[in-house]
Design a protein around this ligand. Sequence first.
Ligand SMILES: N[C@@H](CCC(=O)N[C@@H](CS)C(=O)NCC(=O)O)C(=O)O
Length: 218
Amino acid sequence: MYMLYCLDGSRATAADMVLAEAGLPYEKRAVDITADEHQSSWFLSINPRGTIPALVDDHGCVVCETIAIMIYLCDRHSVEHLAPGPTDPQRGVMLDWLAYHAAEVQEPVKRSFYAHRYSLRAGDTEAIRKRAGDLFTQRWALVEDHLAQAGPYHLGERFSLPDIYLLVTSTYSKDLARGEFPAIDECVRRTASRQRIAPILDDHLRGLERIAAVGVPQ
Ligand SMILES: N[C@@H](CCC(=O)N[C@@H](CS)C(=O)NCC(=O)O)C(=O)O
């Protein structure tokens, strides 16, 4: 049994979707980042980085980076319908896009959300958000180009982990992405309609609405 420390509306949803798609037994424990619970001593004793998600297994093994959780689960349980195995030639492309989503595409999302962390001057916040939107749009457009050429999924006809990451990031893209992204929309539509993913996405969207209404502590 796995324990996933997470919050609906956060990127932890990607880990939630992998656990569900893989059919693994798990429980969820909400860590409310809008109430600073991720900075509480009990949570920092699990993940000293003070971010969600965190995954703990029966042996006490703790994995905290979203894409590390996604890959770890697929490798440990040989979930080849989500991640090509180590000797599969498609693994390199899968890892490449997954890392790109986590390191580059998601980065301006967080920067926009936590714009106040990026300058000591309160008046800079709007300019930081604007620049984050520019960067997000450039990077989103590279994903669009790839999917338009090689889609409908990141690995062509084969569904895999980066499609799940893309779906979660797409829920933050409304205020950031400028332009039309039909190939992304198609990948998102297909991924969102998967039987085990659809109910998790509904919870995520409700969580996102709540987070947007309440905000995060400054
Ligand atoms: N590098 C981590 C970052 C995780 C992260 O930033 N999670 C956000 C929620 S989406 C969080 O915990 N935010 C709280 C904070 O940064 O204070 C990952 O990719 O999993």
